[in-house]
Design a protein around this ligand. Structure first.
Ligand code: PGA
Length: 249
């Protein structure tokens, strides 16, 4: 009953030319309508992405947002500015934002609330570092990140969220979590959510991210609690990205 979502996070990569190539690839690929697809390009491409990908199977996402609606925040972008570009999804708390831009759990929560307030779908990214995994702290870290957000939202707000589990040690490293490792953490998150509210656990889409590729996607996506993927590197190669979309549907 959970519709898979495959989202391509381009990070600080991509171009108008890549958007055009992706559009061509998506239109000849006929991705199943049973899969939601999102392209998440840099801010400068959002408006064009809305136009170029209109009518394709892909919706548009943004990589972050500022929690305030407007004001003197040089360089920042608000939720309403994103909706004006036709954006539907927005990543919040990606590990690169947490680490490189010092976004802590409270900063992440403020962004989730701003996104929800504007009708965007926040994709809350959570995940442990290698040191935390080796210190047996996966559950504490991941459920801490999930809990800070979930516990501050209403039932209606929670139902509009997507969560992406991205072990930091697997992002951009070529080192993917094994399907068993990923499934284990996804099941742990879902059971925590179900304890709060069975409908929340049942309905929440839990994406896996971290070196998901065309050749490991089917195995990861076959696991019962993995409802899609947040794809970095492989989303810059249209054929690979589409192969992952096919693996989801
Ligand atoms: P990767 O990135 O697929 O290149 O590991 C995933 C992400 O950062 O969302």
């Amino acid at each position: 009953m959970r519709k898979p979502l495959i989202a391509g996070n381009w990070k600080m990569n991509g171009s108008l030319a890549l958007l055009e190539t992706m559009k061509q690839a998506l239109s000849s690929a006929r991705v199943s309508s049973a899969v939601d697809v999102a392209i998440i390009p840099p801010f400068t491409l959002l408006m064009s992405a809305g136009k170029i990908l209109a009518g394709s199977s892909a919706e548009i996402g943004a990589q972050t947002l500022h929690p305030e609606s407007s004001g003197a925040y040089t360089g920042e972008t608000s939720a309403s500015m994103l909706t004006e570009c036709g954006v539907r999804y927005v990543l919040v708390g990606h590990s690169e934002r947490r680490t490189l831009f010092a976004e802590d759990d409270q900063a992440v929560l403020a962004r989730v609330k701003a996104a929800l307030g504007a009708g965007l779908v926040p994709v809350l990214c959570v995940g442990e570092t290698l040191e935390e995994r080796e210190a047996d702290r996966v559950e504490t870290v991941v459920l801490g990140q999930v809990g800070t957000v979930i516990d501050a939202l209403s039932a209606e707000e929670r139902s509009r969220l997507v969560i992406a589990y991205e072990p930091v040690w697997a992002i951009g490293t070529g080192r993917t979590a094994t399907p068993d490792q990923a499934q284990q953490v996804h099941a742990m998150i879902r059971s925590w959510l179900s304890d709060k509210d069975p409908a929340l656990g049942e309905g929440m889409r839990l994406l896996y991210g971290g070196s998901m590729k065309a050749d490991n996607a089917a195995d990861l996506l076959s696991r019962p609690d993995i409802d899609g993927g947040l794809i970095g590197g492989a989303s810059l190669k249209p054929d690979d990205f589409i192969a992952i979309c096919h693996a989801a549907g």
